[in-house]
Design a protein around this ligand. Structure first.
Ligand SMILES: Cc1cc2nc3c(=O)[nH]c(=O)nc-3n(C[C@H](O)[C@H](O)[C@H](O)COP(=O)(O)OP(=O)(O)OC[C@H]3O[C@@H](n4cnc5c(N)ncnc54)[C@H](O)[C@@H]3O)c2cc1C
Length: 554
């Protein structure tokens, strides 16, 4: 009988007794011959023959409280896969974005044989048409803006886009590099994962068809993401419009653009294109941009965007779209009046819609919510047993880092845990960043949410005009708000509106996560003059008037 050697790293052993107890647990598993577990090395080496499953080893270790991971290069086929054909897998993941990669990499670590199905470009939204290209252009737009608006006396700079096509080509080259190094290469080096190209559709429980090939598995993870949702505006489709995908792929800069939507994708792109020299009008249905944020935050951000020359029409109802004399025209009802807004292009950024149509989900009993996202339980399993879902396709939160976390958790619940022992998802506290300039970074509760949850809070609000770093940079835009449960030292939320707010949010995020008291944030050393001093000063603001403190007074 053919045997192979399988080596696992084992974490959590504290003495020789742990190694003995694990050896005994592994020795009784199907397909396991000779076993050697070394406490000093943290390794388990097994002789594996027919019937062996790396997942069984991982599970047996987990039951005893240890974490076992199959070492790369030691990946014997698993039990279920070896007894079936090339089209039989332990786990099938539909999609190849952040959620799918999180799932496939974890499943590989657990020794599973995995198929990853992708109908479009490897890597999904974030690297190809989302985070990476948008942030690359936003940084370029910042460079143009800062050069065009020098803040230092005696300094003359000039900022303008000289060759938009070249700028876009540089962005595309970054996308291609990152797709190669962070997705294609990682996939090629991950044992046990096979990429299957084509549109995946469930045809029956346990079976997915891809271009006529039928793939079987006992466990599935649907990670098919979302696409732009197109607002239902009469005449819009005949008029023609861009989505974020089209806007990020333009090679000619439009002279003017109407941006429909007032959330993060709309605002990030609106500001970037405005800074490149495109005349922007943001058209938003709600009374405020970013309607879930506190009013003082959205009002200040809107004021700053308007100060840069962006027009913002909030509370606007779009009645129709048309083309007139080479321009695209929107008919609006705004502040009780009928208005017409015109531009060369229309960018529709009015939300995103789950890719759940044409997946055959009804054939296997997967229920959808009314907005088309997949209904999952806390362990990310859908209403069909053994079928899990992760990432944007299950709805909010819809970020690449939450998608990757969900993919990994779904893989563990699918391969390691039975229905009764699935691990529940837990995002708390979830930091989020909008990459406008200034950026808006949030974690935990804002004032509106604290009110909804009936939590009585004290709020410390510190404008960046009190932060030495901002004064030195001659850029004091924005403020920081910390929320403390009234009568306690407990931080429950932070909102930062500042040029590099995204880099500052992790300190309050970790404080909330690990229960670090507000008084400790106020006391801890924060180097002078760094942006992080803003956190310390804001924490001090609860009990002191920072205007009366000396420069770096503790
Ligand atoms: C403009 C923009 C900017 C963004 N910026 C950020 C940011 O800065 N930070 C951040 O965290 N998030 C950002 N996001 C959100 C982030 O991109 C998504 O949350 C994340 O990419 C979702 O990952 P996913 O794996 O769930 O889905 P996706 O990455 O969308 O992957 C789904 C994949 O499934 C494939 N697929 C769909 N149906 C099928 C099928 N039937 N068969 C086979 N394949 C199929 C699709 O082709 C796609 O490749 C941004 C999004 C956009 C649009």
């Amino acid at each position: 009988m053919k045997t192979t050697k399988a080596t696992f790293s084992v974490r959590g052993m504290t003495c020789e007794h742990c190694a003995t107890s694990l050896s005994a647990a592994f020795a009784v598993l199907p397909g396991v011959g000779e076993v050697s577990v070394s406490f000093p090395q943290g390794l388990a080496t097994l002789r594996a023959s027919e019937g062996f499953s790396a997942g069984d080893v991982v599970q047996a270790a987990a039951i005893k409280g240890y974490v076992a991971e199959l070492q790369p290069g030691h990946a014997p086929s698993s039990r279920r896969a070896t007894t079936a054909s090339d089209d039989a897998f332990d786990l099938v993941v539909v999609g190849s974005g952040g959620a799918a990669f999180g799932a496939a990499l974890r499943a590989s670590e657990l020794g599973a044989k995995v198929a990853m199905i992708e109908r479009n470009t490897l890597g999904g939204t974030c690297v190809n048409i989302g985070c990476v290209p948008s942030k690359a252009l936003i940084r370029a737009a910042e460079a143009v803006h800062r050069a065009a608006h020098p803040r230092f006396a005696g300094v003359v700079t000039q900022g303008r886009v000289d060759d938009f096509r070249e700028l876009m080509a540089q962005k595309t080259s970054l996308v291609e590099d990152l797709r190669q190094t962070k997705y294609a290469k990682v996939l090629a080096e991950t044992p046990g994962v096979t990429l299957v190209e084509g549109h995946g559709r469930f045809v029956a429980p346990g079976r997915v068809s891809v271009n006529g090939r039928e793939i079987q598995a006992e466990r599935f993870i649907v990670a098919t993401g979302m696409r732009p949702h197109i607002a239902d505006v009469p005449g819009l489709s005949a008029t023609g419009y861009l989505t974020s995908t089209g806007a990020l792929a333009l090679d000619v800069l439009p002279t003017s653009m109407l941006v429909l939507g007032g959330r993060f994708i709309a605002l990030e792109l609106a500001q970037a294109f405005a800074r490149f020299g495109c005349k922007i009008t943001v058209v938003q249905r709600s009374g405020h941009i970013l309607p879930t944020e506190d009013d003082d935050v959205t009002e200040e951000l809107e004021r700053l965007l308007v100060a840069e020359g962006i027009s913002v029409l909030t509370g606007a109802r779009i009645l129709g779209a048309s083309r007139q004399e080479g321009e695209r025209v929107l008919e609006l009802e705004h502040l009780g009046e009928r208005k017409w807004a015109r531009a060369e292009q229309i960018l529709v950024a009015t939300g995103r819609q789950a890719n759940t149509d044409d997946l055959g989900l009804d054939a296997i009993g997967v229920k959808l919510r009314s907005d088309g996202t997949i209904e999952v339980d806390e362990g990310l399993e859908t209403t069909a047993q053994g079928v899990f879902a992760a990432g944007d396709v299950i709805g909010e939160p819809a970020f690449v880092y939450t998608a990757a976390y969900e993919g990994r958790l779904a893989a563990e619940n699918a391969l390691l845990h039975g229905p009764a022992s699935k691990q529940p998802r837990n995002y708390a506290p979830l930091p989020a960043v909008m990459f406008t300039d200034p950026q808006l970074a949030t974690v935990g509760l804002n004032e509106k949410q604290a009110r909804v949850h009936g939590i009585d809070v004290d709020v410390a609000k510190l404008p960046f005009s009190y932060v030495p770093r901002a004064l030195a940079a001659r850029d004091t835009r924005g403020f920081i708000k910390l929320l403390r449960v009234r009568g306690t030292d407990r931080l429950v939320g932070a909102t930062i509106l500042a040029p590099e707010a995204g880099d500052l949010i992790m300190e309050p995020a970790l404080a909330i996560r690990h229960g670090i008291p507000v008084s400790e944030l106020a006391r801890a050393f924060h180097p002078y003059l760094t942006g992080s001093e803003a956190i310390k000063l804001a924490a001090q603001t609860f009990d002191k008037d920072v205007a009366r403190l000396s420069c770096c007074a503790a």
